[in-house]
Design a protein around this ligand. Structure first.
Ligand code: HEC
Length: 152
């Protein structure tokens, strides 16, 4: 195959992957952070369900989920190296143009997740825990609104 044909085939393969699922087309650090965000989101769902059980909540798994989210948050600074966009990535260029603000939001997410973990461990009353969990959810939204584009 000549070079032009090879490139065309590669472009087609990329296009096909992108239409199936963002994750299948993602590679390297883009795939890593998508997986970390996905894990974060799954943990948020199980935390929501656990918190809604009130006194019956599983404090240990709630705290463990929140702690893992804090770990993901702490890794955000490494998972968005300058210019790491791709066909399938939803990362906006603002991440690097306004990097201090982006990293502040990652810090906020880490602190709020750690706070939820702490509250789960000490058995903080429901209303306070609910509020702390809602604040953690707000930190996702404030970053996504400014720094993530919605594809598809
Ligand atoms: C500091 C900014 C920031 C914070 C805080 C943040 N995210 Fe994200 N998130 C992003 C960016 C940027 C992307 C797009 C990454 C890409 O496609 O390269 C993303 C993508 C995602 C995705 C899509 C992953 C995929 O499959 O493509 C999910 C789900 C997600 N985030 C969930 C969360 C949840 C839940 C929280 C809060 C607990 C959170 N995020 C906090 C910046 C953030």
């Amino acid at each position: 195959m000549n070079r032009t044909l090879t490139l065309a085939a590669a472009a087609l393969a990329l296009f096909a992957a992108g239409t199936v699922s963002a994750h299948q087309g993602a590679k390297g650090v883009v795939k890593q952070r998508m997986d970390a965000m996905k894990d974060t989101s799954e943990r948020m769902k199980s935390m929501r369900a656990s918190i809604d059980r009130g006194k019956e909540r599983n404090a240990e798994s709630l705290a463990a989920d929140a702690e893992q989210i804090a770990v993901h948050a702490a890794e955000i600074s490494k998972m968005f190296p300058e210019g790491s966009t791709s066909e399938v990535s939803e990362a906006k260029p603002e991440i690097w143009q306004e990097n201090a603000e982006f990293l502040d939001l990652a810090d906020m997410m880490a602190r709020r997740a750690a706070r939820v973990a702490e509250m789960a461990r000490v058995g903080t009353e429901d209303a306070t825990l609910q509020a702390a969990f809602a604040e953690l959810g707000e930190s996702c939204k404030s970053c996504h609104t400014k720094f993530r584009m919605k594809k598809q």
